[in-house]
Design a binder for this molecule. Structure first.
Ligand code: NAP
Length: 291
């Protein structure tokens, strides 16, 4: 099918490439033009604006944050201006309030909206192994399913209200951040107590904590893979903020979130904006006097 793709960052570039590989005709747009040019060589057509990408009839956004998505949707050359009766599939990790607002605005404009955020780092995106969490009208999810099949290993349908998918995504990222924090604290304790961290985490992630997140992130922590960032710490901080907003809106206390947010802030303050959120482990070590 013909699809527009807006946002060719670490995730978006790999996802757009997979749509091309699956035989879809893809119109790409990115703020920094060079990233669109790279995909043009693989057969994509470069759109002159987000509106032109949206004129494909279905448009996917994979942008950094709420401000980027809102800017791209609402601008004079934005998605709302070009989509007509088409479908916007919003795959970035954004807040529930923006997602609800976009759903209402699309409805008022006669266009359609799905939230379909994803789980998986850039390597999973490149391997078309993402988990897609979709919410919106069933018929719209059906229409987007061939695209999801080209991007991921499985799609989960979590309801008709689009922001339900954003809640699931934010819950997942909160749990990943908590896993990084607890492994970082445990590894620091082991190191300070003179116990081999690799053996400790290897034993635990091979038995009691034998799950993809613990296994993947324990390796990243132990191998100190802080740069280049697969998932940049400022995006993690953005997600911590979105989790807090969603929790406040429904009056759900999340005391652990405060610890994670401060660790992310310390990580970025000490290491800079370009580190992976795995560097939370480095900040934890430093807080204990290790280098
Ligand atoms: P990224 O590499 O930083 O890419 C961000 C994209 O957003 C780029 O295309 C960037 O354009 C664009 N952008 C940023 N601000 C903009 C603005 N004001 N106006 C227009 N375009 C703007 O981020 P990513 O890792 O691909 O993540 C994209 C989304 O997926 C985020 O919501 C993230 O939370 C989510 N996500 C990431 C991962 C991961 O592991 N990386 C996994 C799951 C979900 P330029 O190229 O011009 O800067």
């Amino acid at each position: 099918m013909e699809v527009g793709f807006v946002g060719l960052g670490s995730m978006g570039a790999a996802m757009a490439a997979n749509l091309l590989k699956a035989g879809h005709r893809v119109r790409v747009w990115n703020r920094s033009i060079a990233k669109a040019e790279a995909l043009e060589r693989d057969g994509a057509r470069r759109a002159g604006s987000p509106a032109e990408a949206a004129a494909a009839g279905v448009v996917i956004t994979m942008l950094a944050d709420d401000a980027a998505v809102s800017g791209i949707v609402h601008g004079t050359d934005g998605i709302l201006a070009g989509l007509g009766g088409g479908l916007h599939v919003s795959m970035s990790t954004i807040g529930t309030e923006l997602s609800d607002r976009l759903a209402a605005e699309h409805q008022a404009a006669g266009s359609r909206y799905l939230a379909a955020p994803v789980f998986g780092r850039p390597a999973a995106a490149a391997a078309a192994k993402l988990f897609v969490v979709a919410a919106g009208r069933e018929a719209d999810i059906d229409a987007a399913q061939p695209l999801f099949d080209a991007l991921g290993q499985r799609t989960f349908r979590v309801g008709t209200r689009p922001s339900a998918a954003n809640i699931v995504k934010l819950c997942g990222n909160f749990m990943i951040m908590a896993a990084i924090e607890t492994m970082a604290e445990a590894a620091t304790l082991a190191a300070k107590a003179g116990v081999d961290e690799r053996e400790m985490l290897g034993m635990l992630t091979g038995t009691l904590f034998d799950s993809p997140i613990y296994r993947t992130y324990s390796e990243l922590i132990l191998d100190e893979r802080y740069r280049p960032a697969g998932f940049a710490a400022p995006l993690g901080l953005k997600d911590a903020r979105l989790v807090g907003q969603a929790a406040e809106a429904v009056r759900a206390p999340m005391p652990v979130l405060g610890v994670i947010r401060d660790r992310l802030l310390a990580t970025i303050a000490q290491e800079g904006e370009d580190v992976d959120w795995v560097a939370m482990a480095l900040a934890a070590r430093r807080s204990a006097g290790l280098k």
